[in-house]
Design a protein around this ligand. Structure first.
Ligand SMILES: [Zn+2]
Length: 264
């Protein structure tokens, strides 16, 4: 049967990210050691600057929300399991699957609501790191020593990290509101709360690898929330600017009311 789903508008959430501790988001394991480093970070091939892939932000928020909501981990992805609704009657009320999508396309799934863009290092941080003469371009190398519990042999490994204090500018979350054929625009607006919960969970957790050993604490600041609705070509309407996720959360009900008032 043909589906008719209408895009009612999009909420655009922009913010800056600061690495509050060293940040390690792994690059592809090429098997080639770079400067003697075992674990390298992902870099923009054009500028060589490390960046935060949207998929890392998105994947971490999803996994934290799945645990927060106690969702069944039923679909194997690589080494681990994630949650993915396989029951068409449960799906319409599953915030995580509606926001982040259902891997491996199910017949009953509606469009994924959330797009997360890659986040790039600020020019100011890049300049500072260039001047700081870091171990590798824009990064520090940290030696981690693990002890083999059987042989007691020390096993040092070189980890590349983006230094604490580095800023990544203008992260962007694009959240779509849909109506029709399994989509309920009012529910999508209500789900903005889940998105904000995901950001707050992320602040208390870590991004990238080596989190239990101190890496990956991030800060979120300079939050700007906008709405693009009926007249999609017009300039986006600013819904609010906030310094912290907590402040964003405090003002969320008002933002939701404004969006609801623009749906018809
Ligand atoms: Zn689900």
């Amino acid at each position: 049967m043909a589906k008719a789903i209408q895009l009612k508008g999009r909420v655009l959430i922009h913010f800056d990210i600061t690495a509050e501790t060293g940040l390690h988001i792994g690059g592809t394991e090429s098997g080639i050691e770079i400067g003697g480093v075992d674990k390298t970070v992902i870099r923009d091939p054009l500028t060589q600057r490390p960046y935060i892939p949207g998929s890392s932000l998105r994947g971490k928020m999803r996994s934290l929300l799945e645990k927060y909501k106690g969702l069944k981990q039923n679909q194997r992805i690589g080494q681990g399991y994630i949650h993915s609704c396989d029951d068409p009657t449960a799906y319409p009320n599953c915030d995580v699957c509606n926001i982040f999508g259902v891997p491996g396309e199910r017949g009953f799934s509606t469009p994924t609501r959330l797009i997360v863009r890659d986040v790039f290092m600020s020019d100011e941080s890049a300049k500072q790191l260039e001047n700081a003469d870091t171990d590798l371009p824009f990064t520090e190398v940290k030696t981690e020593v693990s002890i083999d519990r059987v042989t007691s042999a020390a096993n040092p490994r070189q980890m590349e990290r983006v230094p604490a204090g580095t800023r990544f500018d203008n992260a962007e979350l694009v959240y779509s509101i849909y109506e029709g054929d399994g989509c309920d625009a009012r529910k999508d607006v209500a789900r903005l709360k889940v998105l904000v919960e995901g950001l707050q969970l992320l602040l208390d957790d870590y991004l990238g690898g080596l989190g239990s050993r101190g890496s990956g604490k991030i800060g979120i600041s300079n939050i700007k929330v906008e709405w693009r609705g009926k007249d999609y070509a017009a300039q986006a309407q600013v819904l609010g600017s906030f310094n912290t996720v907590a402040e964003f959360a405090q003002n969320l009900a008002e933002i939701q009311n404004t969006v609801l008032s623009q749906l018809n």
